[in-house]
Write a protein that binds this ligand. Structure first.
Ligand SMILES: Nc1nc2c(ncn2[C@@H]2O[C@H](COP(=O)(O)OP(=O)(O)OP(=O)(O)O)[C@@H](O)[C@H]2O)c(=O)[nH]1
Ligand SMILES: [Mg+2]
Length: 459
């Protein structure tokens, strides 16, 4: 069956200086020739050299629709590896629709969301992890998402997955040799099984890295999560508003003012941060207050940075000391608030002994707030430096990785228990097929449709 030619607007609906339209498929050039005529004197419509922008008119039924720039990409040197046309017209949707209609009338059809990228995948120009990176780049709302997307597009994740595949093929080759030529190859010598098991161990370590990298990335995709945490009424909401520079959260002189966790995106220095105001921690509360405290605990579980707000000049209470013990593995900054009420503020010994950064200030007067912003920013930037450890994977792909891991652990066990090598080989074959699904090679339609349904049209 002949490949269909697809067409779609490549820029969003609305008014702009320029809008783009994309066409891909064997008929792309043939159809374009029917409407497009180059402006340059003496140029015939037939003369559309590849890879060079040409100024011309789109003429529909004798009427000039628009003046456009057209670029012809000759297969396989295009985004989809098929023949492609890109047209740039004035950024008015009526024009865009008329040009798209011209192509449809002559035999192209409107592309599905993500269909251009899907073709790039099917034609082997990119793999599934790169296709996802494309989407992530388009949808990125933070610098970190952009940078992780760009790394993945350049094949960072693909290479790691390929390395794993290679290692497994290697293991499989040994196992198959043992299965097929048990008498020829003296494979079942000392250390044969142990050696293969060691190879599998290495692979499991790198799979674990990918799984935790995907989880870590999902948590900070929008920005590094920074949570304001503390006992009730210490001034978290007022500090939150100060950090945002506007009155977002209610500040009130009674305990239990904030109930829901409230989040806002901010940028401190070069870092994108999602800042969270939370309900104050209180002991022995009931009803909605207890639910509010639960919400805070929940939010705490996904925070990378915690700003622990304490009241200057007051002894730490039981609740606060209890909070301390739950912050072991976080980046913690202490803000000693309400310093305006005291002359000399001492940093409590218990805080000092933790070695946490500590800012003495006042949300009311705005003191210490700039210092706090700077600290949050520099902590957040450390996550951007850890870029190599992040991967963009859907939940279903993380599940694939987990299955992959358990197959390998099972193969390892079978090997070490001295079971017939065929049993381990079967697990490894299964594992390799999981890898192919991960890369989009083994066309797992459900997974592909899931991934591409989230794309925008024209990409
Ligand atoms: N003097 C002084 N008062 C402050 C300061 N920060 C907050 N307050 C006051 O402390 C009270 C509580 O402030 P909030 O920001 O609502 O405290 P919270 O920690 O969000 O309280 P909950 O949401 O109930 O947990 C309000 O009356 C604020 O005006 C400060 O730096 N100095
Ligand atoms: Mg509050």
């Amino acid at each position: 069956m002949e490949v269909e030619t697809i067409v779609a607007p490549a820029t969003p609906k609305g008014r702009s200086a320029i809008a783009g339209i994309r066409v891909s498929g064997p008929q792309a050039l043939g159809i374009a020739r029917k409407f497009f005529s180059p402006l340059a004197a003496g140029s015939a419509a037939q003369n559309i050299p590849p890879f060079s922008p040409i100024l011309g008119k789109i003429v529909d039924n004798g009427e000039v629709v628009d003046e456009v720039i057209l670029i012809y990409y000759r297969a396989p040197r295009s985004y989809t590896r098929e023949d492609m046309i890109e047209l740039f017209c004035h950024g008015n949707w009526i024009i865009v629709e008329r040009i798209v209609d011209c192509f449809i009338r002559e035999g192209a059809r409107l592309a599905e969301p993500g269909e251009f990228t899907m073709r790039a995948l099917l034609n082997g120009r990119i793999d599934l992890t790169q296709a996802q990176a494309v989407m992530s780049i388009i949808n990125a709302t933070s610098n970190i998402a952009l940078r992780v997307g760009m790394k993945q597009l350049q094949g960072e994740l693909s290479r790691r997955v390929e390395d794993i595949r290679e290692e497994l093929m290697h293991v499989l080759a040994y196992l198959e040799a043992d299965i097929n030529f048990p008498e020829d190859v003296a494979l079942e010598t000392d250390g044969f099984r142990e050696g293969l098991a060691e190879g599998l161990d290495r692979v499991v370590v790198s799979i674990d890295k990918m799984i935790s990298g995907a989880r870590a990335y999902a948590l900070i995709e929008e920005g590094v999560n920074c949570l304001l945490l503390g006992y009730s009424n210490v001034g978290k909401s007022m500090l939150f508003n100060r950090l945002l520079g506007r009155d977002r959260s209610i500040v009130y002189d009674t305990k239990g003012t904030t109930r829901d966790s409230i989040s806002e995106k901010v940028r401190f220095g070069a870092a994108d941060v999602v800042l969270w105001d939370t309900a104050g921690i209180l002991k022995d509360v009931e009803g909605v207050d207890a639910v509010a405290v639960e919400r805070t605990q929940e939010a705490l579980s996904s925070a990378q940075i915690v700003v622990l707000v304490l009241e200057a000049g007051r002894e730490l209470n039981e609740v606060e000391l209890e909070i301390f013990s739950r912050l072991e593995d976080r980046s913690v900054i202490v803000f000693l608030n309400k310093a305006d009420l005291h002359r000399d503020v001492e940093v409590p010994a218990s805080v000092r002994s933790k070695g946490w950064d500590c800012v003495v200030g006042s949300a009311l007067k705005g003191e210490g707030v700039e210092e706090l912003k700077r600290l949050i920013g520099s902590y957040a930037e450390r996550f951007v430096v850890a870029l190599d450890d992040f991967f963009i994977l859907r939940k279903s792909q993380v599940v694939l990785l987990e299955e992959l891991k358990s197959l390998l652990l099972s193969a390892r066990k079978l090997l070490l228990q001295g079971e017939p090598t065929e049993m381990a080989a079967e697990e490894i074959r299964e594992a390799i097929s999981r890898i192919d699904r991960l890369l989009g090679r083994d066309m797992d339609e459900d997974l592909l449709n899931l991934v591409f349904s989230e794309f925008c049209i024209g990409k």
